[in-house]
Design a protein around this ligand. Structure first.
Ligand code: ASP
Length: 342
């Protein structure tokens, strides 16, 4: 009798231990990665106070997205809300705190993509929409288009009752000073080497923001928001609102958000190329991102980075710059925040 009882409980124990972790592991496969821009980052330029501010802002953003995912929300909600935190912070080159154009105005770009149905929306060159990421999502959900620009996009946002602000809301003293510095360097005759050119371009941005997430339902999303490059002219638009370049998501592969010298990310169709390497060549997200950033973008002379998450929750944060503001929380709730490459 005792033997039978032991057998019975042993059986129950093993059937439980076998099924519970497997099921719960599947449910736990969700996560979020965010970035706050890539570029040339010197430790000597970073004061402890400044670093603390960045770390706190990144933590606030990624924690909010993670909470949404943990409570069963969608990756779309997580990405949107994480990005809004960074758009509302003056630290990043997105929303408030964006860089200035050559005409001392601010022109914002943003995009969002759903991996579930490959639906996407984007806005470019907008000057009055407080949270361009939300406008991008509205374009996706409530217009028959993918990309709206300038005054048309602003009219659309107004019609959809999104928050509209005076353009002065976005201005910060730091970016006004940055533009002055850039204009001084531009007018100096000593900027002739390729390296100097690269450093100059690097100075003209910083702090584009993005988020990618996988939710408990198995859906991937990607979003990116930016002020583009400082001193930009002629209504220049970068890679961020170009679906497949700076922003891409596909449930069968991954979700990607990029930051860097936009022209190179457009020419390499970075987000889609990473996804295509995974889809057609079966590469892991790490291999695919490494190839695209180091063998493609860098070889053409561009710099920057990407964050990505695949359908199993594997993440990548790859760059060919000395740093990228970035943070990640996995399904176990483990938080990591990094600034420098190594
Ligand atoms: N990719 C952005 C652009 O070119 C800038 C950046 O990410 O730093 O507009």
């Amino acid at each position: 009798m005792i033997n039978k009882l032991i057998c019975f409980f042993t059986l129950i124990f093993f059937s439980c231990t076998e099924s519970v972790p497997l099921n719960s592991k599947k449910d736990l496969n969700y996560g979020i990665v965010i970035h706050g821009g890539a570029g040339t980052m010197n430790r000597k330029d970073m004061t402890p106070e400044k670093e603390k501010q960045y770390r706190e802002a990144l933590e606030e953003s990624v924690t909010l997205g993670y909470k949404i995912l943990k409570e069963g929300g969608t990756s779309q909600e997580a990405v949107e809300h994480s990005i809004r935190v960074m758009e509302n912070s003056p630290l990043f080159n997105a929303g408030k705190g964006a860089v200035l154009t050559a005409e001392k105005t601010i022109e914002l770009d943003a995009a969002f993509m759903n991996g579930k149905d490959l639906n996407a929306g984007a806005v470019a060159s907008v000057k009055t929409i407080k949270n361009p990421i939300t406008a991008a999502i509205k374009v996706m959900e409530e217009s028959p288009h993918v990309l709206l620009s300038a005054r048309g996009a602003e009219k659309f946002a107004k019609e959809k009752d999104l928050e509209i602000v005076d353009p002065s809301y976005f201005f910060t003293e730091r970016r006004v000073n940055d533009l002055d510095k850039i204009k001084n360097i531009e007018s100096s005759a000593n900027r002739s080497t390729r390296q100097a050119d690269k450093e100059f371009i690097s100075m003209q941005r910083y702090g584009t923001v993005g988020a990618v997430a996988l939710d408990k339902h198995g859906d991937l999303s990607a979003g990116t928001s930016t002020g583009g490059m400082a001193n930009k002219k002629w209504n220049r638009i970068g890679d961020v609102p170009i679906i497949g370049a700076g922003t891409y998501a596909n449930n069968s592969t991954c979700a990607i958000s990029a930051t860097g010298w936009g022209e190179f990310f457009i020419r390499n169709v970075v987000g889609h190329d990473i996804s295509a390497l995974m889809e057609y060549k079966n590469y892991s997200i790490e291999e695919a991102a490494r190839i695209v950033i180091h063998d493609k973008v860098a070889k053409l002379g561009g710099d920057g980075g990407v964050i990505g998450i695949d359908r199993e929750g594997n993440v990548v944060m790859e760059m060919n710059t000395s740093g990228m503001y970035r943070a990640h929380i996995n399904s176990e709730g483990e938080l990591s925040i990094e600034i420098y490459k190594n």
